[in-house]
Design a protein around this ligand. Structure first.
Ligand SMILES: Nc1ncnc2c1ncn2[C@@H]1O[C@H](COP(=O)(O)OP(=O)(O)OP(=O)(O)O)[C@@H](O)[C@H]1O
Ligand SMILES: [Mg+2]
Length: 294
């Protein structure tokens, strides 16, 4: 089983088919060039000396292309802990999901909830804001990550502007970098405010193309798919079929490989080939969209 990672080879040797299929469905993280570059960037930002004009980052990418997974990975690598000397809780990185609409109060509530801090619905917005600032200082937060930022930047221009001002105020008070992640609309919204546009460096997670990085990604996937035979995904035309079907989104690539591996086990073929790829129950994202409008 030279085609497999040693841990995956063990799964193939010892697991029942059912358990192998179960293991395929579990989430996994595969490193790739763009992800490593962004993780490095996040580390640099985390350790950036505090000043009145902290740099921020805006992670932009199409849906299902790995933004949340990447930011989660970074957050998990920077777990909260209790500082021994002071016995105080420290939270180096806080990641929140923006509430579904640009409501300042709900935004603070999301932060308070993630800190397990109680709040009364009668509490005035200014009070709530000050408490958020106080608590985030107390845990010595080094970076705030806001996923799905486009939710906060929806609505009228005036509403967007007022939320951008909230972010600006918080960032200035806390003197920490903000990392926001969202769709292209978020990028447009931030670019409407010159002050913010200057401070938010956009980093794009592009769609995958048929290049070396993509082939490397496929090769990494193949090593952790518990199949008895080598599929040689990067050879013949398998790589291009997968890319075409997935429309260049890592979430789709991962889904196609998951469904194909399951079919490869169930059919006894034990490898992914063109026939398997044609027979999985899978609809490419743009087709799904068309079906919705039909
Ligand atoms: N590094 C990775 N290794 C393996 N699979 C990955 C990786 N990154 C993303 N995926 C797959 O892609 C899927 C989508 O990723 P994610 O949820 O991070 O997308 P997103 O860009 O946040 O999408 P949305 O904008 O819709 O929230 C994941 O569920 C996972 O299956
Ligand atoms: Mg996401």
């Amino acid at each position: 089983m030279k085609h497999l990672h040693p841990r995956t080879a063990k799964i193939v040797e010892n697991f029942t088919d059912e358990n192998r299929i179960f293991s395929i469905k579990k989430p996994k993280w595969i490193g790739y060039t763009h992800a490593h570059t962004i993780l490095k960037k996040l580390e640099n930002l985390r350790d950036y000396p505090r000043n009145l004009r902290m740099p921020n980052l805006l992670l932009v990418g199409d849906s299902n292309n790995g933004k949340t997974i990447l930011l989660n990975k970074f957050t998990e690598e920077n777990k909260s802990y209790v500082e021994e000397a002071s016995q105080e809780k420290r939270i180096p990185i806080l990641m929140i999901q923006a509430p579904p609409d640009p409501d300042e109060k709900r935004f603070y509530n999301t932060i308070l909830e993630s800190l397990f801090a109680p709040y009364k619905s009668s509490e005035k917005i200014e009070m709530r804001q000050q408490r958020v600032i106080h608590l985030l200082r107390k845990v010595q937060l080094k970076m705030l990550i806001i996923d799905e930022i486009h939710h906060l930047l929806a609505g009228t221009m005036a509403k967007q502007r007022s939320f951008l001002n909230v972010l600006k105020y918080l960032a200035n008070e806390l003197m920490i970098p903000f990392v926001c992640s969202g769709t292209r609309e978020a990028l447009h919204a931030i670019q409407t405010d010159p002050q913010l546009a200057n401070r938010f460096e956009p980093k794009v997670l592009p769609r995958w193309q048929n290049d070396e990085d993509y082939l490397r990604l496929l090769a990494s996937f193949e090593r952790i798919l518990p199949l008895k035979n080598a599929s040689l995904l990067i050879e013949n035309s398998l790589a291009s079929t997968i890319l075409l079907k997935s429309e260049g989104l890592i979430g789709e690539i991962s889904k196609i490989l998951e469904l194909s591996s399951i079919l490869a086990i169930e059919s006894g073929i034990e490898k992914i080939n063109q026939n398997i790829l044609e027979n999985i129950d899978y609809t490419p994202p743009s087709e799904r969209k068309k079906m919705m409008y039909r």
